[in-house]
Design a protein around this ligand. Sequence first.
Ligand SMILES: Cc1cc2nc3c(=O)[nH]c(=O)nc-3n(C[C@H](O)[C@H](O)[C@H](O)COP(=O)(O)O)c2cc1C
Length: 182
Amino acid sequence: MRVVLLSGSLRSGSLNRALLRAFAQLAPPEVATEEYSVALPLFNAAQEAHPPAEVRRAKDALRGADAVVVASPEYNRSVPGVLKNFIDWTSRPRDDRVWEGKPVLVMTASPGALGGALAHYHLKHVLGYLNARVVPHPEIMLMHAEEQFDSGGTLRNAATSALLQDAWHALLRVSSHGDEKS
Ligand SMILES: Cc1cc2nc3c(=O)[nH]c(=O)nc-3n(C[C@H](O)[C@H](O)[C@H](O)COP(=O)(O)O)c2cc1C
């Protein structure tokens, strides 16, 4: 099973990328994870039919994935533009539906007290519109996230580790049955 990891933050010290790494380290043996950068040129609808090569590669990466995990910050109470731009590109043209039926786990992490909850729900809303199979539970919204990692970005919170393990089970359930019943 191949799982593509997307971070809504591009910076190397990102809490969300640290969360993705912690998640990947807990992957079951039959799963191969690969982080894929969401950095793409700005969307231009005039280029939909003939998109830049990096957009075609991104769509191929999603097409070849059995599941996708998105970890994102919240920017101004919504989804960061760089991630929305990636989703917009990969959702077009409309008859090439790489997100359709794709099992997707959404996670958000923030130094704030809400754990990026608004971005979390905005993302689920967008992905639901694209007919992705979004994992409903557990809802991983990591608040005060900087307290959960050491200076090297390693997760230091056993409760969060257990939650990530639950999230793997939920993602695998959705991937194999298409019907999450937790
Ligand atoms: C443009 C911008 C807007 C932000 N808006 C929010 C916000 O609405 N809610 C929130 O919890 N944090 C907000 N933050 C703080 C981010 O959560 C914080 O920078 C976080 O560390 C970014 O995630 P990262 O560590 O994965 O890069 C914002 C940060 C930036 C740069």
